[in-house]
Design a protein around this ligand. Structure first.
Ligand SMILES: [Zn+2]
Length: 166
């Protein structure tokens, strides 16, 4: 049994997909998805819904709300191989795509993908590019705070490093 750090509920770790090795890693603070902090499925999904609300609020120019089409953005599908948007994420959250202990990590990869696509499609330094950078930094900070054991996807880490350069 493990106690949820969010609500205090005791959970049979096996019922939440944890193997014996997972439980040992968790007790030693080095579980690959959650370090030493266990969150139950309800708390995970509540926190992801909150993060999604945060992202919707942070989408000030509205550009990340819905799938981008080639009609609106010529050549988009040639530049962006993995489209993502807030509506698609909301549907995925409702359909359980982010369930399981690895869910928050998949959620983070999708969230960052939204910004990364905009950084890739738009010209460095233009208005939309700057908005995408602001959005990426805000969501990365918020996700670090809510799910400290998730990490930037490999591409996001590369982008973050590039953005850090003067
Ligand atoms: Zn909980």
């Amino acid at each position: 049994m493990v106690a949820c750090e969010g609500c205090g509920m005791w959970v049979h770790a096996g019922a939440d997909g944890f193997s014996e090795a997972d439980v040992r890693d968790l007790s030693e603070g080095r579980h690959r998805h959650c370090g030493g902090v266990y969150l139950c499925p309800t708390c995970r999904s509540t926190l992801m819904a909150r993060l999604l609300s945060f992202m919707i609020h942070e989408n000030r120019s509205g550009i990340f709300a819905a799938p981008v089409t080639d009609e609106v953005a010529p050549g988009y599908s040639e530049v962006v191989g993995r489209p993502m948007d807030l509506f698609t994420m909301s549907r995925r959250l409702a359909h359980g795509v982010y369930s399981g202990t690895g869910g928050p990590q998949r959620f983070r990869v999708d969230a960052e993908q939204i910004a990364i696509n905009a950084l890739a499609y738009n010209s460095r330094g233009d208005k939309t590019w700057k908005e995408a950078r602001r959005f990426l930094l805000a969501l990365s900070r918020a996700t670090d705070a809510v799910f400290p054991f998730t990490h930037n996807g490999a591409f996001a880490a590369k982008i973050a490093a590039a953005l850090a350069q003067p």
